[in-house]
Design a protein around this ligand. Structure first.
Ligand code: ZN
Length: 179
């Protein structure tokens, strides 16, 4: 697991909840990475995966799927590795609609109050939030659109943007890995 360094802003009582969410995020990234390889070799071998690819990434082009593959692998390897990630907390009311934020190559992830009331699995979950933020941190993704309806529309209308949109990645992982 990436080495989580909690700064003084994070209440000690929250550390376990954060670690649990990272553990689940790592399991999801591992599953998606593994199944991507199987799907890429034979799309028909994983119909559920294939369906979600169409839903969240749009129609297939090899260049786009090569990029998706490298994102998934980069995030999985990061979570498997030992690189330090500073975890901070921002409890400001100004951030009441925000789960978390980060910036590319910053080595730091800030969690907001909403993160701590996010579900442990499913849509807009805590592990999905971590995967969303890791796409920003590691792959410099954008937030072109938020939410399920708009991310699906982005995939069908502008798949090249969906590929670079953090919520598309998050929903893909949540839908595929949650039961
Ligand atoms: Zn974002």
């Amino acid at each position: 697991m990436a080495t989580l360094i909690f700064d003084n802003s994070v209440p000690a009582g929250a550390h376990d909840q954060i670690r649990d969410a990272f553990d689940t995020a790592k399991a999801w990234a591992t599953k998606v990475n593994k199944d991507f390889l199987k799907w890429n070799a034979d799309n028909a071998s994983l119909p559920d995966f294939n369906q979600l690819v169409n839903t969240y990434l749009g129609s297939r082009t090899d260049a786009r799927y090569t990029a998706f593959d490298s994102s998934v692998r980069r995030i999985k390897n990061y979570l498997d590795g030992t690189e330090n990630l500073i975890i901070s907390f921002n409890g400001s009311p100004d951030e009441e609609k925000t789960y978390a934020y980060t910036s590319f190559n910053s080595g730091k992830l800030t969690l907001c109050r909403k993160f701590f009331s996010a579900p442990a699995t499913g849509t807009d979950s805590a592990p999905g939030t971590i995967l969303h933020e890791l796409t920003h941190l590691l792959q410099n993704t954008d937030d072109h659109e938020y939410g399920k309806t708009k991310t699906k529309a982005l995939a069908s209308q502008s798949p090249h943007l969906a590929m670079r949109n953090a919520d598309n990645f998050e929903y893909f992982c949540e839908d595929y890995c949650s039961n």
